[in-house]
Write a protein that binds this ligand. Structure first.
Ligand code: BGC
Length: 362
């Protein structure tokens, strides 16, 4: 069992923190270990299961006890209750991936009152001064990788065009969407403005391209409507590319496109994010061009090292102190690096690295 410094005070905001503790470090049973609360939004998407598992494994290996909770299927009251229980149940630090980044302000006040450090995980927790650190990927870069991919594959710098594109992004209450969509639009918007890229549905605003809860069914429904109203199809209006901010929405678009008769021989360039198993299978089948890979193991180990620092009373390492303002100020952040995975990269990035087995993606 680790020996931690036992101070009763947490200094907030990027200064040195030490877990507040009322317990003595007896060095004995699991229940006496420093407990870390991990609150994840849903079990219905593969990535959050992996995130939760990776963090639990790594934290337990480092000697912590872990209270890992999933908020049903993106159920906000459940997430609030679970966090409340973590606070009253003696957790010494909280790691939270919010369903709605702005819905936890009240419960986070309780954490702050009890001087429990809070790390926003992957998605920034908004409008709360209880948030001490943010660990995520470079979310703007995720968007620029997707936008640049479409730019390169369509040859937008030199080709005459025009090309038809549609835009699909994620949940309006997820702060990451501003960065994913903003990053992609920083590349694509000049082409839309000049008419080289045409969004025939007319749905160019982030709010119009949004998908509540990042739901596959919602994105499929919206895309079926777009296909019908514009007249896209293998024999109809040509669709050259679809910007999808992640894999769950890309899967919905894929279902709609396959339903409309598209095959690997005429599939539009389709982007994604997460390298979820269904999308990796679709990449292998030639119907999703790319996905942005964010290795959840890297993010988990970053959080574990933040927690180790907090437990030891040292300042966690961050690499960004400018980008993420949650409405109460800039939250010191560590942003991991996302990478593009195309079909030819699957072996090296996902199999050789031990992220998946071949059986996972067959
Ligand atoms: C995450 C993505 C994920 C999406 C849907 C975002 O906040 O950054 O990796 O695909 O949520 O769960």
């Amino acid at each position: 069992m680790k020996k931690f410094l036992l101070f009763g005070m947490v200094l907030c905001f990027s200064t040195t923190m030490v877990f507040s503790t009322g317990n003595k470090d007896t060095g004995a049973a699991t229940t006496d270990k420093y407990k870390i609360g991990i609150s994840m939004p849903t079990q219905s998407l593969q990535r959050w299961n992996q995130d939760g598992d990776n963090m639990k494994k790594q934290l337990e290996a480092a000697g912590y006890a872990v209270d890992l909770q999933y908020a049903g299927d993106n159920d906000i009251p459940t997430q609030v209750n679970q966090i409340e229980n973590m606070i009253t149940g003696g957790c010494k630090a909280l790691v939270i991936a919010a369903i709605d980044g702005s819905s936890l302000t009240e419960v986070l006040k309780e954490a702050k009152n009890k001087t429990i450090p809070v790390i926003a995980y992957d998605r920034l927790l908004m409008n709360s001064d209880a948030v001490n650190y943010y660990a995520s990927f470079d979310n703007f870069k995720v968007g620029t990788l997707q936008g640049s991919y479409i730019e390169a594959k369509l040859g937008l710098k030199t080709a005459a065009g025009p090309f038809n594109i549609e835009l699909v992004t994620g949940a309006p209450d997820d702060n990451n969407v501003n960065f994913f969509f903003g990053g992609a639009m920083s590349i694509l918007k000049p082409y839309i403005d000049s008419g080289k890229l045409v969004v025939r549905s007319g749905q160019t605003a982030q709010a119009q391209a949004a998908t509540p809860n990042w739901s596959t069914e919602e994105s499929q429904r919206r895309f079926e409507n777009i296909i019908t109203s514009v007249g896209y199809g293998p024999e109809g209006v040509k669709l050259d590319a679809v910007l999808c901010s992640n894999d769950s929405t890309a899967n919905g678009v894929t279902n709609a496109l396959v339903g409309a008769g598209y095959t690997k021989d005429n599939f539009p360039i389709l982007t994604g994010q997460d390298c979820d198993k269904p999308s990796v299978k679709n990449m292998n089948a030639g119907i999703q061009a790319m996905s942005v890979f964010k290795d959840t193991r890297t993010l988990a180990s970053r959080v574990v090292s933040m927690i180790n620092s907090l437990a030891k009373g040292t300042t966690p390492e961050v690499n960004d102190r400018n980008t993420y303002n949650n409405g109460t100020g800039i939250i010191p952040s560590y942003l991991c690096d996302p990478i593009v995975v195309e079909p030819q990269d699957i072996q090296k990035a996902l199999i050789d690295s031990g992220y998946y087995t071949l059986a996972d993606i067959r």
